[in-house]
Design a protein around this ligand. Sequence first.
Ligand SMILES: Cc1ncc(COP(=O)(O)O)c(C=O)c1O
Length: 388
Amino acid sequence: MFSARVPPLRSNRVARAIARVHATGQPLDDLTVSNPTRVGLSYPARLLEPLGATSALRYDPAPFGVAAAREAVAAYLTGRGVRVSADRVIVTASTSESYSLLFKLLCDPADLVLVPQPSYPLFEHLTRLDGVVASAYALEYHGRWELNLDSLHRAVEPRARAILLVNPNNPTGSFVRQDELDAVRETAARHELAIISDEVFDVYPLEERAPGGSGALVGECDALTFTLGGLSKSAALPQVKLGWILVGGPETLVRRALARLELVCDSYLSVATPVQLAVGTLLERTGPVVDQIRRRVRANYATLRSLVRRFPACGVLHTEAGWYAVVQVPATRSEEALVIDLIERDRVLVHPGYFFDFPREAFLVISLLPAPAVFAGPVTRVLTRASR
Ligand SMILES: Cc1ncc(COP(=O)(O)O)c(C=O)c1O
């Protein structure tokens, strides 16, 4: 009766261990947290008031978003050094929705999109829900994460339609280097593949960064490109639901893409008018929240690195940006066994590396978002257990 795109949700051993602890009523320190609204940050009072503007009582359906929203996003990005005009901005309900719209634009059922590995686990579902196949190319760690170009070239099969970049990547926190980007652009143009570049985390560099890295594909001349971002990270407001797609590439291809995307977006018209009218103000007023997060993830990353020095069997992989860090731990037992032990005996929750398709064990992914008061203690328990 049901589509093969939606397999039933299956429980796993980690989820069952979490449920057992919750059933006892004991608290778990959550080092997987990715929800900025649940980690004790202070948001400006009345931040969401612009969502109640009376101008939103009027509905003017616009497939790519109302002009005010597209202009506000373009102005925000221009302020960040990304030169994009409003007519190349498409407003969506979220980055996840942006992926879905683009898969519909680019892929027939069973076509391939090339995704980095390790990366964001939601790709498995996002692709499957649109009848598309995720085919991996490798990121490898040699003191820093590098894109394995041979594996990318091997993945370019006749049914491949797009190369996905996550820049910076989740959870490795690695930026795509300029020479890697040039090679991806060249591969995409040669094989007529689009590039989808997910840059949601680029406002969170862990170190100062030379300007000019963001939105590098917006001015692309040879390949068709789509650069993704949204309020969930740029304003730390995942619940407000607004994302964007920036379209770049050769003029004729862009025009053909926009003509088709307009039909896709017009079929759903999924972005609410109040958030479209408020987006400029929300981006402006959440600047201090983004600054708080930036300071927090940097401080937690420094704490993590200093704690790990006391545990010679563990190491922190070099992280350039984002909300997560990767810790390598002794592979004396499986990641799953260690994570379950941490839940049941130490009352700490971390993600195992296999959750993100790390090519081998043993890695733990640790969120840098928790308040500092609930970070160092749980991390120390993790490192102590992992070193046993
Ligand atoms: C790399 C990456 N892209 C996209 C998203 C989803 O963003 P949105 O909330 O805009 O759908 C996430 C969420 O954590 C993410 O990690």
